[in-house]
Design a protein around this ligand. Structure first.
Ligand SMILES: [Fe+2]
Length: 317
């Protein structure tokens, strides 16, 4: 049975691990324009300017890279209880813990591939200090005067040994709606894009070619315009940030993109999803074939080899 639409409202924040904490914090503040809101042990809390919540991203110094946690805000207190009960009833483990980064009581569990998921409802709303006070009351924070000034954490793309199993978990237990997928000639689902909102995707699972578990392909931050992605490419070039591929336009989901590796090794996408929305309540899942995927990206750019070999933490690269 599919979970009720809206029980999970949206992607909240992500905790990334990095073996180069200073380099990673520099990347997110100086290049992407996130603002630091606090430190706790070896973790630095950061936010995008349009996040109404306190925190969009936590980066934590660690022996390696990867994603430690993805936090989702539930649609309400009852929705949160319902999801926790459903997850346990389906035989998955979960525990109630104190929330991180301004969030309240949190249900901590993992998807079938081992990615840690945190569900919460209570959250602290951001109050901008004087130097970041916005001109308009309907924006939580002034757009920062450095770096790109990305608007929001847009989506998370996980690697998983079994894409279909993870996608069905998201759909059946969290209420995600599948919008697009890749099906190989063998029938195997190699990737699936899903949404909790009317954006066309919030979470993605892509097959992990190494067969390992719990890894990250990338997290993405949305910009207001395509132009800002071109500027990001120039900025990364000047500052020595590794540009992996793009700027270009994806065929799947049509997102305008740039992929870079932040100094800690995690792949970060800058994306401009245009204003493409999924409004149909009875959206029909779009399936791309193996042959179609071979054509590469929308305007003909071939998919770069490292897209299929680099994930974090790295495994035998
Ligand atoms: Fe992406």
């Amino acid at each position: 049975m599919t979970a009720p639409w809206g029980d999970i409202a949206h992607l909240g924040h992500v905790e990334l691990l990095t073996p180069d904490l200073d380099g990673t914090v520099w990347f997110f503040t100086d290049i992407l324009g996130l603002v630091e809101t606090g430190r706790e042990g070896s973790s630095v809390h950061l936010r995008t300017f349009d996040d109404y919540e306190l925190t969009s991203l936590i980066v934590t110094g660690h022996s390696t890279s990867g994603i430690r946690r993805t936090a989702f805000r539930a649609g309400g207190p009852e929705a949160l209880e319902r999801r926790a009960e459903a997850i346990r009833a389906a035989g998955h483990e979960g525990t109630w813990v104190k929330g991180d980064a301004g969030t309240g009581r949190t249900f901590l569990t993992t998807d079938p591939d081992g990615h840690e998921l945190a569900l919460y409802f209570e959250t602290e709303r951001y109050q901008a200090p004087d130097d970041l006070r916005p001109g308009l009351k309907n924006q939580p924070q002034a757009k920062p005067n450095r770096g790109i000034g990305v608007r929001r954490l847009d989506h998370v793309n996980y690697l998983a040994a079994d894409v279909l199993e993870c996608a069905e978990y998201m759909q059946n237990l969290l209420g995600a709606k599948p919008t697009e997928q890749i099906r190989m000639d063998s029938g195997r689902i190699a990737a699936r894009w899903m949404t909790f909102t009317n954006k066309s995707y919030d979470v993605v699972y892509t097959e992990d070619w190494t067969g390992s578990n719990g890894r990250l392909h990338h997290i993405a931050f949305a910009t207001d315009t395509r132009e800002e992605i071109l500027r990001a490419a120039d900025l990364c070039l000047d500052k020595g940030v590794h540009i992996e591929t793009g700027p270009h336009k994806h065929a799947i989901q049509q997102t305008f993109f740039l992929y870079v590796w932040e100094p800690g090794g995690n792949r970060i996408e800058l994306c401009n999803p245009l204003t493409r929305l999924v409004l149909a309540p009875d959206w029909e899942l779009i399936t791309w074939t193996e042959e179609e995927r071979k054509k590469g990206q929308a305007w003909g750019l071939k998919t770069i080899e490292t897209f299929h070999t680099h994930g974090t933490p790295p495994v035998g690269e």
